[in-house]
Design a binder for this molecule. Structure first.
Ligand SMILES: [Zn+2]
Length: 379
């Protein structure tokens, strides 16, 4: 399995390099706009657009022409990428997936250009990054990019900071097979209950921090109210602004904790099982009640779902989404008898047909497993 991953770093170009980057961004934009214009006129005259190749073939002539010979001074791959980008935009437009490409303006908040990896033109030595036409640029290497490089996008943000995003391709070996299949029931009090009886308590990653966050958010709205009463603009209300930053930091912490927890949990599941069955979230969503707790778990559920999906793809495992609604907590996983509706406070029950003793959620996850395996056998 090939994985594509972008590694972002802050770069610290010197004065000359900064000028070169700005120039390249300008040239890439010029080329984009020039050919967008040409594309539009050709289209209105002939009813046919251009192509990446027809545009790219015109570049060498432009570099010789007096009025555009400055295009020679920048990374030629960046100009070609700009044309590829334009051609992609047009095919997106013709396939009705995107809007008609528009002219790029100098005023765009993010200014960037993309260059491609060819013959070692991009490389890392210590804390220096070699880029075409720029040479070695100092950068903050916070992690080691893995795999082989495909391209690098150099960005300048409105405050004048520079960043690079290096896209790498990495081959990931499949994980060893375990011959194990598991069903998972997602819930609110227990985040996940497994058909083997394992339970993942929601509180482990929510309660403490989230309570604190709710408290601080309440404090924030009180301060907003107070400022309003005193007729102070919120932008000038120091106490309010201080609290706003505190809430933002706390919120980020909660999100990071949760992402961390979900990453560990999904990796564990993918490592231990070959077939993983869960309910399709769009189906599951319909049956749950509308409460605040729901919206919180929804975010985690969908993040859990997507992490499981891409990890299953990476490591050669199978994720099956049970897409048929069925009352998984009413059906006895031992004998298939439907024992009737059970209110949420009933956590355990005994099947009236076969006498099996069930934990409500474990029983549900066993039914999800059985249904998933049934779907798999019919696929
Ligand atoms: Zn039964």
């Amino acid at each position: 399995m090939l994985r594509h991953k972008a590694y972002r770093f802050r770069i610290y170009p010197n004065k000359a390099q900064q000028i070169q980057i700005t120039k390249t961004i300008g040239c890439a934009r010029f080329v984009y706009n020039h050919f967008l214009d040409l594309w539009n006129t050709t289209y209105s005259k002939t009813g046919k657009g251009l192509s990446y190749h027809s545009c790219s073939a015109m570049l060498p002539k432009m570099k010789k022409r007096e009025e555009t010979k400055w295009l020679k001074e920048v990374d030629s791959i960046a100009l070609q990428s700009s044309l590829e980008n334009l051609a992609d935009s047009f095919s997106g437009f013709f396939n009705k997936q995107t809007k008609k490409p528009r002219f790029k303006s100098k005023k765009y908040t993010v200014q960037s250009y993309t260059t491609k990896y060819v013959n070692n033109n991009i490389s890392i030595t210590g804390n220096k990054l070699k880029l075409p036409k720029l040479g070695y640029v100092k950068f903050a290497k916070s992690k080691e990019p893995r795999g082989h490089m495909l391209n690098a996008t150099i960005r300048k943000n409105p405050s004048g900071k520079f960043f690079v995003s290096i896209l790498c391709e990495e081959k990931i070996p499949a994980l060893p097979k375990t011959e194990s299949a598991i069903g998972i029931d997602l819930g609110i009090s227990d985040f996940a209950v497994f058909s083997n009886g394992q339970k993942e308590d929601n509180h482990r990653f929510t309660s403490k921090m989230e309570k604190k966050l709710t408290r601080e958010q309440r404090k924030l709205s009180r301060r907003a109210l107070l400022a309003k009463k005193r007729g102070i603009n919120l932008l000038d209300a120091k106490n309010y602004q201080k609290q706003r930053q505190k809430v933002a930091r706390l919120h980020e912490k909660v999100m990071n904790q949760r992402a961390d927890y979900l990453n560990k949990l999904t990796t564990e599941i993918i490592k231990n099982h070959d077939i993983i069955c869960i309910e399709d979230l769009s189906v599951k969503g319909m049956m749950k009640n509308k409460k605040l707790a729901k919206s919180i778990s929804d975010v985690s559920w969908s993040s859990f779902d997507s992490k499981l999906q891409y990890k299953a793809d990476w490591y050669g495992k199978e994720l099956i989404k049970v897409d048929r609604w069925f009352p998984s907590s009413q059906i006895c996983s031992e004998c298939d008898h439907n024992d009737g509706k059970k209110s949420l406070n009933i956590r355990e029950w005994i099947c009236s047909s076969c006498g099996s003793h069930h934990d409500r959620d474990v029983n549900a996850s066993r039914n999800i497993l059985a249904e998933g395996l049934r779907q798999l056998s019919q696929a």
